[in-house]
Design a protein around this ligand. Structure first.
Ligand SMILES: O=C(O)CCC(=O)C(=O)O
Ligand SMILES: [Fe+2]
Length: 176
């Protein structure tokens, strides 16, 4: 893979979306989530979170691990686009390059804000594994091809539900 691969993957017009989240203080954080479990449908996400108040949690070994804020740091998350590209290439990357499932918890004591910016490919970019890296025996294609614009619209039409979006588009899953 050459060094411009990731840039080229974004096609003619790389896009950036932004979501600003405000989570009011909540008396029952055990019952109320700030944002439901999901993975981002971007290629990468840059997240600025409050320096003091934790809320972001990532899925790990069936549990939820809080991401402790590091002052002045930006959290970089891998999104679904990278997962889909890497899966077909080399199965040893399966664990490393998954778009991470995450959620935000609420907090009794204080409100929290976060700002997520999503780097996204052009709508016309076809998401499919890189051909030279696919091998029917050892590195089979794991995802169906889909145009990014269609994938994005599909994910936006669904409620956030963990890794349901990437799961559904796996080769062999129900909509084949
Ligand atoms: O508030 C957070 O830390 C997470 C926000 C998030 O995951 C999102 O906006 O996609
Ligand atoms: Fe997210």
């Amino acid at each position: 893979m050459d060094k411009d691969f990731l840039k080229r993957l974004h096609g003619k017009m790389m896009k950036q979306g932004i979501r600003m989240n405000y989570y009011p203080a909540c008396s029952r954080p055990d019952l109320v989530l700030g944002i439901s479990p999901h993975s981002d449908s971007s290629s990468i996400t840059l997240l600025v979170q409050d320096d003091e108040i934790a809320g972001l949690q990532i899925r790990h070994k069936g549990g939820w691990v809080p991401v402790k804020p590091v002052p002045n740091a930006i959290v970089v998350n891998i999104g679904d686009v990278i997962e889909r590209k890497r899966y077909g290439q080399n199965l040893t990357f399966n664990g490393v390059c998954q778009s991470i499932e995450h959620r935000a918890a609420t907090n009794v004591a204080a409100a929290r804000m976060s700002i997520a910016t999503f780097v996204m490919p052009d709508d016309e970019v076809e998401l499919s594994p890189v051909e030279t890296m696919v091998d029917d025996y050892n590195r089979p294609i794991m995802y169906k091809s889909i145009k990014y614009g269609d994938y994005l619209r599909y994910t936006l039409s669904k409620k956030m539900d963990g890794k349901a979006n990437t799961e559904l588009l796996k080769v062999g899953n129900e909509s084949d």
